[in-house]
Design a protein around this ligand. Structure first.
Ligand code: ADE
Length: 227
């Protein structure tokens, strides 16, 4: 069973994301264990302070190093982590290849910063990978942690049912976008499902899907400035 630990100053924000739908099912099937640790539980001063003003000035507050160190040192004394991930807009852009690699891990630790950031000694001391989920700024690392966990856990064998199989997904084999999907009704508000899909002609359907996939992949590359 894969184990994922997350350290967060706002652990409540991850409760429902990590306990709904496929991530919930993965944990119920004992294929993944996801544990969120409250940074504040590791603040030992009497005010349970976890943030402080940045040295050198500037707006906002930073998460102090001590609670992170306390929590991380406890966790790494209990098991060996294959990856210690530090979500940050300054990190390596996240992609499917990285998800595939992380999905082979036994233990992953994610350090979710919040507010303006985290004292940099935490990243320096513990992070093995600094990861950005896109070139925009979020209020904290929790959403990035959710994105990473979701994309990794769905790849664990047994998490998806056959019909949801990750194998023929968009972006799974090389960078390929799949043909569009339709279900009943065949006609809705004057919009028709492509005729070929109703034909029952397997070869024609396969050719149509390949052609659509090629068109959508070219379009996707163009709008994303790839190649
Ligand atoms: N924290 C804030 N913005 C982020 C981003 N784009 N990716 C990962 N972590 C973040």
């Amino acid at each position: 069973m894969m184990r994922i630990d997350v350290i967060s100053a706002v652990p409540d924000s991850l409760v429902s994301p990590l306990n709904t739908s496929i991530l919930k099912r993965a944990q119920e099937r004992n294929l993944a264990e996801i544990v969120v640790h409250n940074l504040r539980d590791y603040a030992y001063d009497k005010h349970k302070q976890i943030d402080d003003k940045p040295f050198g000035g500037g707006p906002g507050m930073l998460l102090k190093p001590e609670p992170f160190f306390e929590c991380i040192e406890k966790l790494v004394s209990e098991r060996k982590y294959d990856f210690v991930l530090f979500p940050s807009p300054g990190g390596e852009l996240y992609n499917q290849k990285m998800a595939n690699r992380f999905s082979l891990a036994k233990n992953i630790l994610i350090l979710a910063g919040h507010y303006k950031g985290v004292d940099d000694r935490v990243r320096e001391k513990f992070a093995t990978n600094e990861i950005s989920i896109g070139n925009y700024v979020l209020t904290g690392g929790e959403i990035a942690a959710w994105v990473i966990i979701d994309s990794v856990v769905r790849l664990i064998p047994g998490v998806l049912n056959d019909s949801e199989s990750a194998l023929n997904d968009s972006l799974m084999d090389g960078d390929i976008i799949e043909a569009p999907y339709y279900t009943r009704p065949a006609e809705y508000k004057g919009m028709n499902v492509p005729e070929v899909l109703l034909s029952g002609h397997d070869k024609k359907i396969k050719d149509w899907k390949e052609e659509q996939s090629k068109v959508l992949t070219d379009k996707w590359k163009k709008i994303n400035n790839l190649e």
